[in-house]
Design a protein around this ligand. Structure first.
Ligand code: SAM
Length: 283
């Protein structure tokens, strides 16, 4: 068996663990969001990796379902010898790619379930970095202890107060540090989460910031995602003290046919699915 091949493992699906969930329009504050998402990502870790592990790779840094790789994009700059924090790392394939590139990586995530996949992949690949279970809203790291922070769809869309996450990242970075994060492009909020024709029809207001919440059969939130407009995101970045250096909206590549959830060629050729924010602290 090669290093990257995985023996098939048995896992329960999120639905088997949490029961059926249904979408509901309701408020979800920081505590609700944290509890729901920890439960969700613990329960969904098996399904997530059964579906996406091959796309993510064991030690690869893919920014988004459009397949943009750090190896090609160089958004973080030279990382060798630098202290890098991966925020909402999941199974930390990005962290292992960075470790392979010579960075001193620390990777953290809210979900022990997701981190257990990171620990397994570290053993398989031999690329080890400290893994920490923590909430992006209260990072257990000293001020100015990292040169770079990064996140591929981790944490930021799932917290009620993403302005606080921006401030936390600014705190743990040294002056002159860089923060790059990818999230679902804000304009996707308007559409159904559907990779096909239905996902081309506008159904919601771009300006409606009420979160998307799925509740379990007891009415308890089991998944929460929060929306920010593009302007909201930029204001939160700037208010935390960063300069926004670039905003990348990757186009759908000619050679990519794979669908990832709502991300598909059909939609990706019409409007962006990902926004990547490149932010710098003054030196
Ligand atoms: C879509 S996954 C992305 C994971 C990984 N970056 C990847 O590309 O596979 C989102 C991750 O964010 C984590 N997350 C959600 N809320 C968080 C929070 N408040 N603090 C830290 N991580 C969080 C989840 O546990 C999950 O692992």
């Amino acid at each position: 068996m090669s290093q990257t091949e995985q023996a098939p493992t048995q896992h329960l699906s999120a639905e088997q663990i949490l029961g059926p969930t249904r979408p509901q329009h309701r408020a979800a504050g920081s505590q609700d969001s944290r509890l729901a998402n920890r439960r969700w990502w613990d329960a969904d870790a098996g399904d997530y990796h059964a579906e996406h592990a091959a796309f993510l790779g064991d030690a690869d840094f893919v920014w988004c379902p459009e397949g943009l790789r750090e190896d090609d994009a160089h958004l973080l700059g030279e990382v060798e010898g630098l202290r890098v924090l991966e925020v909402g790392c999941g199974s930390a394939p990005c962290g292992r790619w960075l470790t392979g590139a010579g960075a001193q990586v620390t990777a953290f995530d809210l979900s022990a379930g997701m981190l257990s996949y990171a620990a397994d992949a570290a053993t398989r690949s031999g690329l080890h970095a400290p893994l920490v279970q923590a909430d992006a809203s209260a990072m257990p790291f000293a001020s100015q202890s990292f040169d770079i922070a990064c996140s591929a769809f981790g944490a930021v869309p799932f917290v009620a107060d993403s302005a606080l996450v921006m401030r936390e990242v600014a705190r743990v970075l040294r002056p002159g540090g860089r923060w790059v994060f990818s999230v679902t492009h804000p304009m996707r909020w308007i559409f159904l989460d559907d990779p096909g024709e239905k996902g081309l029809q506008a159904v919601s207001s771009y300006f409606d910031r009420s979160p998307y919440v799925e509740v379990d059969s007891d009415g308890v939130p089991a998944y929460v995602e929060h929306h920010r407009t593009l302007g909201d995101r930029i204001r939160e970045i700037v208010a935390a003290g960063f300069t926004l250096t670039d905003l990348i909206e990757p186009e759908w590549p000619d050679d990519l046919e794979a669908t990832w959830g709502q991300w598909s060629r059909l939609r990706g050729e019409v409007f962006p699915g990902t926004a990547i924010f490149v932010c710098d602290l003054p030196g």
